[in-house]
Design a protein around this ligand. Structure first.
Ligand SMILES: [Zn+2]
Length: 443
């Protein structure tokens, strides 16, 4: 110290003090409880029972590794066994339904009905996704996240509305980068050239999209199609799932290499399951087109890092996910907290209306010609119709279906439906111990 003046020693001492104070406060100051980024991964057509962490039948090492760092919710359910209805529900936070008056026309598969949200669409709206409904990406953008979307499902290409709220939007597999106006959903799947929608193409689109970002605080939505397209690829369903899993692994690696996985909320789910040759008391439809919606079409994985749920046995339907993600991201903007309770899922299909409530599932043909009742706890494969064993229970469910069908009809005002929906933001219970569960805040 002999070479230093008294003032220099004081100055150095102060520097040391300031430095150690900074270190002290850096170590002590509470870190934001909210993530810098939210990554939503949708693996189209992924049955829960084919994911390794759920005891699945397919090899999914990357999804399993993700789950090991967070939470695999055991009771997530798709709100409908089709992409547009389910993704519409996820983005809008609303229950999809094709109850829109009782006309034949309202039950047809048109651009207005295929998201199941026509009851909240402004008059004359022709898009699948109604204007005026705040979407998950729009709400994330309002919370200052840059919004980046990469889809590979042609049903979600522009102009259906799923692109709304994204600052950067990529359509992997779209012939010219856009489906263009006038393409109805039914024909898009055949237009989507297989090859452009594989995980490899999705990853290229993600790389390009991330390259365009202006900040590291972002919401990234990525949609994989490999499990959906297993037949197009000429492989088994399990192999399709494995390919999607590899894509998820590459995506996470890509983010990790750029330091973008840290302080991120990562959520992985699916829009619906798939039928793989199962037999039932009624035929139903091939692939994932329910009628009625058997449970392997509804049970989907829901994996999140960090956990979405304080209590992992709570469940969510597709329409509950938006609020859960917004709450975890600190982006609810004064909205009421989400309360989850064990509740019901109502599925209104073209031929059947189905209510899944606790361990019971009742399905009713619209023309009244057939009704089914399953005990999901005793009979998870839905092999035994109990409608004649428990006629009272069946009738109670039929009555409830009639109430719900009216509630989701198009006659109510936009506002009326929305407040009813907010009230109904409850999760769907699965099979075990449902009656004992108590509602709690999601957060
Ligand atoms: Zn789908």
């Amino acid at each position: 110290m002999s070479g230093l003046s008294r003032n220099e020693i004081i100055f150095l001492g102060l520097l040391l003090l300031v430095g150690s104070c900074a270190l002290f406060f850096a170590a002590r100051s509470p870190k934001s409880p909210y993530p810098d980024r939210v990554v939503l991964i949708v693996v189209d057509t992924l049955r829960r029972d084919h994911v390794g962490v759920y005891g699945g039948r397919a090899e999914t090492p990357h999804i399993d590794k993700l789950a090991a760092r967070g939470q695999a919710a055991p009771r997530a359910l798709a709100s409908f066994p089709s992409t547009t209805m389910s993704m519409g529900a996820l983005f809008a936070g609303l229950t999809p339904s094709i109850e829109s008056g009782n006309s034949e026309r309202s039950l047809s598969w048109t651009s207005e009905t295929w998201c199941g949200l026509s009851r909240v669409a402004p008059p004359g709206s022709k898009t699948c996704f109604p204007a005026g409904i705040p979407t998950l990406p729009e709400q994330m953008r309002s919370a200052d996240f840059e919004t980046i979307g990469v889809t590979s499902n042609p049903l979600l290409y522009r102009p259906a509305g799923f692109e709304r709220g994204f600052d950067i939007w990529e359509e992997a597999g779209a012939p010219d980068g856009s489906a263009g106006p006038g393409n109805e959903g039914g024909s898009r799947l055949t237009q989507g050239a297989y090859g452009g929608t594989t995980a490899g193409s999705v990853l290229s689109a993600v790389r390009a999209a991330l390259g365009k970002r202006s900040q590291d605080r972002f919401f990234l939505y990525v949609h994989f199609m490999d499990a959906h397209d297993f037949e197009l690829a000429g492989v088994s369903y399990a192999e399709g799932v494995k390919r999607a899993d590899a894509g998820v692994g590459q995506l996470l690696q890509l983010l990790d290499e750029q330091g973008l996985l840290e302080d991120s909320l990562v959520v992985l789910t699916s829009d619906h399951g798939e039928r793989l040759g199962e037999k039932h008391p009624v035929e139903g439809r091939d692939q994932h087109f329910g009628n009625p919606p058997f449970d392997y079409l509804l049970r989907v994985p829901l994996i999140s890092v960090p956990p979405l749920f304080e209590f992992p046995h709570y469940a969510a339907r597709s329409q509950d996910l938006a609020q859960l993600i917004l709450a975890r991201a600190g982006a609810l903007a004064g909205r009421p907290p989400v309360f989850l309770s064990v509740s019901e899922v109502f599925l209104s299909e073209w031929d059947w209306q189905t209510l899944r409530s606790g361990r019971w599932k009742g399905a009713f043909r619209r023309d009244g010609s057939r009704a089914l009742l399953f005990d999901l706890k005793e009979d998870p494969g839905e092999k035994t119709d109990l409608s004649e064993v428990y006629p009272d229970r069946l009738n109670r469910m039929r009555y409830r279906v009639s109430i719900l069908a009216r509630e989701y009809s198009g006659s109510s005002s936009h506002q009326g439906i929305q407040s009813a929906e907010v009230e109904r933001l409850r999760s769907m219970g699965d099979i075990e111990a449902l009656d004992s569960a108590t509602p709690r805040a999601a957060d």
